[in-house]
Design a protein around this ligand. Structure first.
Ligand code: ADE
Ligand code: ZN
Length: 326
């Protein structure tokens, strides 16, 4: 079997995936019709044509607009099931999936609708493929600390279904320090935390996420290479980085895949995992990310084995489960 085929079929975990970012245009249109939502695009093609991003914010504006079609438990079920079917086809046996409750509660959709719908989709997928899933409740960093605390309160009845907490949305101007107290409250609940840092933001944001938020892993973190001491620290601690190659190229963090810092990160001994971030918007699910990386860098079999081992080691699954998959 060719190396790329082995890479695609190898069991792996996906640790950086926004469920709202898996909303394909076809499903968005179907849900807009089902829910009688006035959608600002008149065809799947015109929506797809808008997938032309110059930076993170230009993407987020469209991502939040499209999320408006998600209204009912059934919608969240359908969204989750569609993603998990695609993930399973790419060899994903375990996924840790972020959702942004504030995107929905701000529109009057209840926390229960979101979480019950996502859980129903997970249950259907588990029956189909056996895939294992954990949910990460992610706070929107462009909103206030007060809003994040109110969201945490709304999540209280559902905490048994929340494996971890995260931090996403517009990075520049919203450093991790803004959420130090919220993340302390999350950790006090006994949950691990993660945060986007060093996607567009400087290495200092990664250092804040480590020191102030005490994150278990960094989402993206690709700008760490600009700070030698930080790279040494990340290598020494093996703090995982959930890298999303197609996302970084589509959001112009790197001009092209060949300029991605992934090889430098691996050479420095970092615990790198590969993920798809918002696959409906960035040109593909995990398999397409792996294809694009292999086309650019032609990694050997031990490098791929290391990346997939990292994906399990960096996950929140039990030591016994890790031993089974690694
Ligand atoms: N929300 C969804 N995708 C994101 C990304 N790549 N960065 C920050 N927030 C996000
Ligand atoms: Zn992300």
């Amino acid at each position: 079997m060719k190396l790329l085929d082995r890479v695609l079929s190898c069991p792996k975990a996906e640790l950086h995936l926004h469920i709202e970012g898996s909303l394909e245009p076809e499903l968005a249109f179907a849900l807009a019709q089902r829910n009688h939502v006035d959608f600002p695009f008149n065809s799947v093609e015109s929506l797809r044509a808008a997938y032309n991003f110059s930076n993170l914010q230009s993407f987020l504006d469209l991502y939040y607009a499209c999320a408006d079609v998600l209204r009912t438990e059934e919608d969240f079920h359908d969204l989750m099931l569609a993603y998990l079917r695609r993930a399973a086809a790419d060899g994903v046996v375990h996924a840790e999936i972020m959702f942004d409750p504030q995107t929905h509660t701000a529109r009057g959709i209840s926390m229960a609708t979101v979480i019950n719908g996502l859980r129903a989709g997970i249950a259907t997928a588990r029956d189909e493929s056996g895939i294992s899933v954990q949910l990460i409740l992610s706070f929107l960093r462009h909103l206030s600390e007060e809003d994040a605390f109110a969201t945490l309160k709304l999540a209280e009845p559902h905490l048994a279904h929340v494996a971890a907490f995260g931090l996403d949305s517009s990075e520049m101007g919203h450093p991790p320090s803004k959420f130090e107290r919220v993340f302390k409250a999350c950790r006090d609940l006994g949950k691990p935390v993660v945060a986007h840092a060093g996607e567009e933001g400087p290495p200092a944001y990664i250092i804040e996420a480590l020191d102030l938020l005490q994150v278990s892993r960094i989402d993206h973190g690709v700008r760490c290479v600009e700070d030698k001491a930080l790279v040494q620290r990340l290598a020494a601690t093996q703090r995982p980085l959930t890298v999303c190659p197609l996302s970084n190229v589509r959001l112009c963090v790197f001009k092209e895949m060949a300029r991605h810092t992934l090889p430098a990160m691996l050479d420095a001994g970092l615990c790198v995992t590969l993920n798809s971030d918002d696959p409906a918007y960035f040109g593909g699910y995990l398999g397409n990310n792996l294809r694009a990386v292999q086309a650019a860098f032609n990694f050997d079999a031990p490098t791929w084995a290391r990346i997939f081992r990292n994906s399990f080691n960096a996950s929140f699954i039990s030591a016994e489960q890790k031993a089974e998959w690694c």
